[in-house]
Design a protein around this ligand. Structure first.
Ligand code: DAH
Length: 411
């Protein structure tokens, strides 16, 4: 024998409650005590939350917004009339406060609901909103019913604006520092030839220095002479060469852009990243000019108390070459922070940030500059590395994952 549960058919016949749960309506208050007001406000807010959740499209959101906020007879107007205006003198203050709080809450929830719906539409790749076309000729009201009229006091749809990506922002900031020193900006191709990426920068074929840049080669290039084979540029230095081929000294240029290396992903490495290259060639440019320029740029980027130090290094296209370190911005160069060894600089007080040097005379040979008349310096820096330090980011992958929760913090 089957048993009838509480929702059995017999019970439904005698169930006199309406089929659809009725919509919330603002009660007239007889009792204006704090307890009664609180209870009324609670019901009001729970209806607001339920209806916000139920709105799933822009059209539904508009109905929801109008129901709560329309000046004519929205629920906010109603509580103003029947809770505030109707309140006896001694309850006015409390009723006013309650209505004000509810008003702020309605505005907040209506705004947040619109944002949620827009985001949903974006993530589904659907266009948001559709223009309404009216056939006014066949409509005796000229296409406008009273409920259709525009209430300009209602809030519009909040469209979230994007934020500049932290890597691009950092790159622009650094480029701007050099622009203020009189540098112009040049760009070059991301898919480069072996000639520009290596040979003209004084990396001879089969030279071990090529191994320091794990290169991603474009497939199917073997039939071409080595210098014409394509690869993803491993640094922005080829833009130096392209610039010098186009113009005679004096040259002052910065070259921001994307580069690639065949590196495995980890917290500090990414096969795709960005660099900014710099080049200055003129008569009588010295290593002191290089030091002064980079010291200024690092202070402009990280603050005037930052110090720089240069120590010998090797790059095929500069001689002499140097690596540049800045004093640790986390421990002020002390190597100790909050009584513990500073993790950011491994307690050394210094952080390595860029490579630089005096342009090797061999390089001038590739671009028809007279090495006996001109001299110059060059430098290159990684943009992500700078952004990591500047914004305290602990994983380079965050820059490339497109997670809005990370990116919107830069808005
Ligand atoms: N191209 C180098 C790299 O990616 C960085 C660099 C070092 C650029 C020294 C320069 C320079 O212009 O002079 O490792």
């Amino acid at each position: 024998m089957s048993e009838r549960g509480p929702s059995g058919a017999d019970e439904i016949i005698f169930d006199m409650s309406p089929k659809k749960k009725s919509e919330y309506s603002v009660p007239k208050l007889k009792d204006f005590s704090a307890v009664a007001l609180e209870k009324a406000a609670k019901d009001f807010l729970s209806a607001l939350a339920t209806e916000s959740k139920a709105a799933g499209s822009e059209a539904e959101w508009k109905i929801f917004r109008d129901r709560w906020m329309a000046r004519a007879n929205g629920l906010l107007t109603q509580i103003n009339e029947s809770w505030l205006k109707a309140a006896p003198k001694d309850a006015k203050r409390a009723a006013g406060q309650c209505v004000n709080e509810l008003k702020a809450k309605v505005e907040e929830i209506v705004g947040a609901t619109s944002e949620r719906i827009l985001n949903q539409a974006h993530s589904k790749g659907r266009p948001v909103g559709r223009a309404k076309t009216r056939d006014s000729a066949s409509d005796p009201h000229g296409g406008e019913s009273p409920g259709d009229r525009i209430d300009i006091t209602l809030p519009g749809i909040r469209r979230p604006i994007g934020a500049e990506h932290p890597v691009i922002r950092t790159s622009r900031e650094m480029v701007a520092i050099f622009q203020r020193l009189g540098y112009s900006v040049a760009e070059g191709p991301v898919v480069e030839t072996d000639y520009y990426n290596f040979e003209s920068l004084n990396f001879p074929p089969n030279h071990p220095a090529r191994d320091t840049q794990d290169t991603l080669f474009i497939a199917g290039q073997e039939s071409k002479p080595l210098r014409d084979r394509l690869l993803l540029r491993t640094h922005t230095s080829p833009v130096q060469i392209r610039t010098m081929q186009k113009m005679k000294p004096p040259v002052r240029v910065v070259c921001p852009g994307k580069v690639h290396r065949n590196d495995a992903l980890d917290a500090t490495h990414s096969p795709i990243f960005h660099q900014i290259e710099g080049l200055a060639v003129d008569t009588n440019i010295t290593f002191s000019d290089l030091k002064g320029t980079l010291d200024h740029a690092m202070k402009a980027m990280f603050g005037s108390s930052v110090k720089t130090r240069f120590y010998p290094s090797f790059f095929p296209f500069t001689e002499p070459s140097a690596d540049v370190q800045i004093s640790c911005i986390f421990c002020d160069g002390k190597g100790v922070r909050d009584g513990a060894p500073c993790r950011n600089c491994k307690a050394s007080g210094w952080i390595e940030l860029l490579g630089c040097g005096m342009v090797d005379p061999n390089v001038y040979g590739f671009v028809d500059y007279d090495a006996s008349k001109v001299s110059g310096f060059a430098f290159g820096m990684g943009v992500e590395r700078i952004a990591i330090l500047k914004y305290g980011v602990d994983d380079i992958q965050l820059f490339f994952q497109g997670d809005v929760r990370f990116l919107e913090q830069f808005g």
